[in-house]
Structures are given as structure tokens and as C-alpha cells.
Design a binder for this molecule. Structure first.
Ligand SMILES: *Cc1c(COP(=O)(O)O)cnc(C)c1O
Length: 380
């Protein structure tokens, strides 16, 4: 049967044709006034989405490059740091801090749950010499969104800085760097930016963050943020020219829709998917689900790996599986970025049909009905 490919994965996400076409334009030399202007424009747009008046740097790498840049620029060997580990991406912070020789205080959070502000407060009290707290806005591996605002308040009262992995959360969920007092936040192009993979962003907000960066003794070269600051808004190395064209187009589309409306859209869609999942008798895995994706517990009598094979091979619909210890135990349906109402209905319909096909006789149409009802309510 003919099928179209649909990616409902939390990165990469679908890319609008207008953004794709920008990438097809002729590559220009990167040391030209035209390209400099494009970089300056993109930097301005990025400040608006990160909600900071300070600097946002554009790196040519996947999101992990921005995570590594944050660690390399803030952690010296033996520096005490706090990492919050409640999933694969929290784990990545811990792995990076280990690689840079940090003296780590790890806050282990049950996968599927969020970190409590009190846990961070307590760890900071017990370890007044902590230099950096690393946490995650949207823990993409579990579908959980952490409450960053109170965390920023607590960290703000200490000498430590707060670094937030907002790779999948930025633009989908509210994040206010300046208002909440977040020192460093990072994002990547292939999530809510509606772009292909390849760019990563590091936002540095305020004196406290800059002082830490200056004091850090870890070796760094390509990811040395001081080099990016010196050249700002230009780029110290060859810019990913065509991706920057795409970034400008995507930022323009985001500004047109407005951040507030985009946050609202993500909230409506994620809520609709949760209701749909429950309507067919399945369970949402996350204890505090965010608006980025829905992590669904695979029923005991269903093979989670085979389910993903059926949805992609039979229907061209790509969901994500569980990562690390959640492999085979959950599947994840993204509503991140360039996703519309009918995408959500298609995703729900695919889940119902694939489950049914695999012998799990869910009430066909019940999920779709619930999704439609929630979407129509959201329209009002
Ligand atoms: C996607 C993602 C990353 C970055 O992963 P890359 O594969 O390096 O782009 C980091 N953190 C979170 C929370 C993510 O969702």
C-alpha cells in the first residue's frame, strides 16, 4: 500500500517546505556582508526565543555539542557540580561532567518523574562549594518537564550557576532566561525550531555566567565560548551557511505565530494525545508529562519493538522507542515543532490500527474521538 513518511519523533521533527527550500539556495561565502547580516539577524531572533538580552551563540553541531560547550566552559577539573539524572539526557550531563573531571553530586530521579526543587535546595545546602547545577527542561527520554522557574530561584541565591538543557523544550514550553534567572540554556535546531539537524545554540545570560566562563580552566578550542563572544554576532569559524538561511526562515515563522501561541498549541496537542491514549486503555508513562511529547507505557501483551516496526513499515509513521533502560517498555509520540491537528489525529489512528493489527484489540476510533474532541475544544 502506498504510504507517506511522517516523523512524529522528538527530534528530528518535520520541516516545513518553506524552510527546506531555504536550504536549497546557493551557498554564499561566509565572510561576506550578506552572510554577516544573516548571522546578526539570526542572533537577534534567537535572543527573542531564549528570552534574554545577552548573547546566544550558534554552533555547527547537534545538540550534544552545545551541552559539551556548556560543560567545557563552566567546569574545571575537581569542581563540584550537581547533575539531575532522571533520564537519558540527565545522564548525558553526568557523563559530560565526568569526562571533564568534575566532582559530581548526582541527584537521581526516578525515570518518569520530575526533580523536586527541594532536592536541589538540599544538595546545595549540603554542598555550598557547588559551582554549577545542570538540569533539563524537557527530559525527552521520559516525556517529563521539570519546573525550572523555582529551581532557578533557589540556585540564584547561591554562588552556583544554573545550566539548563532546553534542547527539546525551548519554544514548545515556556522558558524565561532573564525573568527566571537562568545562567546558561542550550537548544538544537532539529526540535521545536522546525529545522533539520546540524545547529546548536548556547545562550549565556548575565555576569554570573560570564565570570564562571572566564574562571574555568578546562581545555577547549572549537567550543570556547570566549572566541564566539569576541566575534559576536559574526562566527569565528565557517558558519553552516545553508542552515543559517533555514534558521532565519524558521525564526521568522516562529515570530509570526508568536511564542505564546506556539506554547499553547503544544499544550493542547500533548493534552489531546494523553486523552487519546487513555481512551484506548493505554497508560501515559510520565508522572509529570510535559507538552513536548507523550511517553506511552507499552502494554504487557504487546512487543514494543515490533510495534514501532509495524507503525513505520505499515503506515510510514515514525514514533520513538524507549532509550536506555526504557527500551521496549515505552514508545514516544512527539507533537514537537511543525505538527498540526491532523498530524495528531493520524498519529492516534496509527496507534489504534497498529495495536489492533498486533492482536491488541483496543476500541478502534475511541482514541481518535478523544483527540478530536480535545482539539476542537482547544480551537475555541
Ligand atoms: C535531542 C536532545 C539533545 C541533543 O541530542 P543530539 O542528538 O546531540 O542533537 C539533548 N537533550 C535533549 C533533552 C534532547 O531532547
Amino acid at each position: 500500500m502506498l504510504k507517506k513518511t511522517r516523523i512524529m519523533t522528538p527530534g528530528p521533527t518535520p520541516v516545513p517546505v518553506d524552510v527546506l527550500l531555504e536550504g536549497a539556495k546557493e551557498t554564499m561565502a561566509h565572510r561576506t556582508p550578506e552572510f554577516k547580516k544573516m548571522l546578526a539577524n539570526a542572533s537577534e531572533g534567537l535572543k527573542k526565543v531564549f528570552r534574554t538580552g545577552d548573547h546566544v551563540f550558534i554552533l555547527s553541531s547537534s545538540g550534544t555539542g552545545a551541552l559539551e560547550a556548556s560543560v567545557a566552559n563552566t567546569v574545571s577539573p575537581n569542581d563540584k557540580v550537581i547533575t539531575v539524572v532522571g533520564g537519558k539526557f540527565g545522564e548525558r550531563w553526568a557523563e559530560l561532567c565526568k569526562a571533564y573531571g568534575a566532582n559530581m553530586v548526582k541527584i537521581d530521579v526516578e525515570w518518569g518523574d520530575c526533580v523536586k526543587t527541594e532536592q536541589i535546595e538540599k544538595a546545595l545546602k549540603e554542598n555550598p562549594d557547588v559551582k554549577v547545577v545542570f538540569t533539563t527542561l524537557s527530559e525527552t527520554s521520559t516525556g517529563v518537564v521539570n519546573d525550572i522557574k523555582p529551581i532557578a530561584k533557589v540556585v540564584g541565591k547561591t554562588d552556583a550557576i544554573l545550566v539548563v538543557d532546553a534542547v527539546s523544550g525551548l519554544i514548545a514550553e515556556p522558558l524565561e532566561m532573564e525573568k527566571w534567572g537562568i545562567d546558561i540554556a542550550v537548544a538544537g535546531s532539529q526540535k521545536a525550531f522546525m529545522m533539520p539537524p546540524g545547529l546548536a545554540f548556547v545562550a549565556v545570560n548575565g555576569e554570573k555566567a560570564w565570570n564562571r566562563i572566564e574562571k574555568t580552566r578546562s581545555p577547549r578550542y572549537y567550543f570556547d565560548l570566549r572566541a564566539y563572544k569576541k566575534k559576536y554576532t559574526d562566527t569565528p569559524y565557517t558558519g553552516a551557511v545553508n542552515l543559517v538561511y533555514q534558521l532565519n526562515k524558521a525564526l521568522e515563522m516562529i515570530e509570526d505565530e508568536t511564542l505564546e501561541k506556539i506554547w499553547n498549541r503544544h499544550a493542547i496537542f500533548a493534552n489531546a494525545m494523553r486523552k487519546g491514549i487513555q481512551a484506548i486503555g493505554l497508560k501515559v508513562f510520565s508522572k509529570k508529562p510535559g507538552n513536548v511529547l507523550t511517553a506511552v507505557t507499552v502494554p504487557e501483551d504487546v512487543d514494543g519493538i515490533e510495534f514501532l516496526r509495524v507503525t513505520s513499515k505499515e503506515y510510514g509513521m515514525y514514533f520513538s522507542g524507549g532509550q536506555g533502560k526504557l527500551a521496549g517498555k515505552i514508545f514516544r509520540v512527539s507533537n514537537l515543532g511543525y505538527v498540526d491537528r491532523l498530524d495528531m489525529i493520524s498519529a492516534m489512528a496509527t496507534i489504534e490500527m497498529a495495536m489492533y493489527k498486533m492482536g491488541k484489540h483496543v476500541p478502534i476510533g475511541s482514541g481518535v474521538k478523544a483527540v478530536e474532541e480535545m482539539l476542537m475544544e482547544g480551537d475555541e
